[in-house]
Write a protein that binds this ligand. Structure first.
Ligand code: SF4
Ligand code: SF4
Length: 323
């Protein structure tokens, strides 16, 4: 029998909402947390995600409900007023749904480098804890994944989650037989547990934030002809740069052979092509809304036309070429 771990408010559910962009690892983080809760911490847990089949770059939400083992969980609905919100990309604060329903006294953990807090954070209840961690930056240095860092923060902020239990489930997920991967997870996880920063005097709200519910926009009666969608995809305001690795590819057109090898390997069909007047197919660039920063195109390119750079350098390069 596993050791019993009690939730902070015994007898009540502890509810967590992960807000992310698909490809950043929130789904695997919530899955690892749920597995650790049931298998290692002797808790009850319900876990599900808003979608598992959307294209990388689209918004995804995962939900985890925990309870003491004596208390069955009968609620399988999305979590609207959470105790904890975990945000994997700061651009998500541009949308009010990300922090909607935040409870007074709740906790928000978000992934961001050390820059000015997003203005939306001032709306949070004044007694909410706001915690920042540069999960992408740490994961890049440790050659691990942002979810390893974010889980490390969770374990430190909520001791009932028991750091070693969470870490063991993390390593199980990414292959305990691979020592290099396990060591990278270990390093990223403990850096997350130690390097997070609590932001004081940012939250200015008075009470719980209201829920955000939208009426039906599309349905059988309103669907367009043939069910076509005028705005396909749901990439978060087309401003994602949702790199799993902290790096993104950039293309040097002048040394590209237009051979198509990068296109063969890209999992998300990010590469944009056109034909020139001779009928040859040429590579125009990368559609960053759907790029997950896996850098397979960089590894595959025979000429070095694709190279991996930091997200900020990538943004600068895109801005430069747009001018
Ligand atoms: S693999 Fe390299 S050279 Fe070939 S099309 Fe892609 S970027 Fe160009
Ligand atoms: S890094 Fe390259 S291969 Fe990976 S998703 Fe982006 S464009 Fe595709």
């Amino acid at each position: 029998m596993n050791e019993k771990h009690s939730l902070p408010k015994s007898g009540r559910l502890f509810e967590i909402r992960f807000e992310s962009i698909k490809g950043l690892g929130a789904q695997s983080a919530s899955q690892i947390l749920a597995t650790a809760a049931v298998r290692r911490l002797n808790m009850n847990c319900v876990h599900f995600s808003s979608s598992t089949s959307e294209e990388n770059g689209s918004v995804v939400r995962s939900f985890v409900r925990l309870s003491d083992v004596e208390k069955p969980i009968k609620d399988g609905t999305p979590i609207e007023p959470p105790d904890l919100i975990v945000v994997f990309h700061r651009s998500l604060f541009d949308h009010p749904a990300t922090i909607a329903g935040m409870r007074a006294g709740g906790t928000l953990i978000y992934n961001s480098p050390d820059i000015e807090p997003h203005p939306a954070l001032s709306l949070l209840p004044h007694d909410a804890r706001i915690i920042r961690i540069d999960a992408t930056g740490i994961a890049r240095v440790e050659e691990s994944k942002p979810e390893a860092v974010m889980l490390g923060v969770l374990s430190a902020v909520f001791p009932f989650l028991n750091g070693n239990s969470l870490l063991m489930s993390l390593i199980d997920e990414f292959g305990p037989e691979n020592r290099k991967t396990a060591a990278a997870c270990d390093g990223a996880y403990w850096r997350g547990a130690e390097e997070f920063k609590v932001l004081e005097d940012v939250a200015q709200g008075i009470d719980d934030l209201p829920l955000l519910r939208f009426g039906a926009v599309w349905g059988f009666d309103m669907a367009m002809v043939y069910g076509s969608l005028p705005k396909p995809g749901d990439a978060a305001l087309s401003n994602n740069f949702s790199s799993q690795t902290g790096s993104m590819p950039v293309l040097k057109k002048e040394i590209c052979l237009h051979c198509g090898l990068c296109d063969l390997i890209c999992p998300n069909l990010c590469l944009v092509w056109s034909s020139n007047i001779n009928g040859s197919v040429i590579l125009n660039g990368i559609d960053y809304r759907f790029c997950q920063g896996c850098l397979r195109c960089v590894e595959t390119c025979p000429t070095g036309a694709m190279s991996g750079v930091t997200i900020d350098d990538c943004k600068a390069s895109v801005a430069h070429s747009a001018n």
